[in-house]
Design a binder for this molecule. Sequence first.
Ligand code: FE2
Length: 364
Amino acid sequence: MSANDDFLKIRSVDHVEFWVGNARQASFYYTHAFGFTVTGYSGLETKIRDRASYLLQQGKIRFVLTAPLGPDGPIAEHVNRHGDGVRDIALEVEDVDRAYRETTKRGARGVQEPTTISDDHGSIRRAAIATYGDTIHSFIDRTNYRGPFLPGFQPTGQRPAEGPLLYVDHMVGNVALGDMNRYVAYYRDVMGFTQFQHFDDKDISTEYSALMSKVMADGSGKVKFPINEPADGKRKSQIEEYLDYYRGAGVQHVALATSDIISTVARLRESGVPFISVPYSYYEVLEDRVGKIDEDKAALAKLGILVDRDEEGYLLQLFTKPVQDRPTVFYEVIERKGSRGFGKGNFKALFEAIEREQALRGNL
Ligand code: FE2
């Protein structure tokens, strides 16, 4: 058996859990701005005493927003230190015990030993290991569970939205300078992932900031985790800014896939989702850079959608501004037209746009 034997057998990203200061208000933002539906709830009314959690769904995407109900404990401490952010990138796996055993044997720090959690709808098996910063990966097996989500959650009666956002395409982690290769090795050796694509600081740099990024993917190639670290620039890079305000490593952005980015971004903009602004000059050279594409260039320019091409095809993408006061977590909307990349050619354009925002905050 090779070192990269796919012992995890990840079925999918099960859900992403955010620990936030006010989950009720955050869920309002995700429903009204991003088109999610609150389909489940757990809290005082469901006999959970220390936290309130809202399950939001759209397409295959499941987000859980959890807030503490008091000043003590891991959730309150996490929010105090990091602000709102991603706590758990939960993975649905075939065999939780094996996933936990194999990853901890290979050096992962265990956070929760394999546990069975039950309610009237059946039971799930769950365990968790630590990854970068205070972020964890839960392993979940829901084969024997018939309830709407997880034990303890009560359905709200709302049907999951058939929104324009379909599934989590990738999730990017920011780690400290010098730690990227450590986490690349972690995903390779501990999780059995392989390196998907590689950039270096020459690929992704502007006058002021630079980053290095490597993409790790699971055995199926469906779950992709790029890892960024800052590289030297004249001024503070956006990765450093994130690390300063998040107080350490954490999830930088979650990319959500759509099959029609023009109508999706139009709808999200209409609902008030704040996207980064892209200079019009970007579109003047677009065709020279990416060749012929199906979409109307004027529509892309109007909505500020970015395009990148590689040998396999092209992709369209756009990034939101951070969705909380700290300049930390943001979102990407992505539509793939053959390309399996991450928009390397857009990094320069993206960075220039991000740096204009950073300068406005006095952090460049
Ligand atoms: Fe991305």
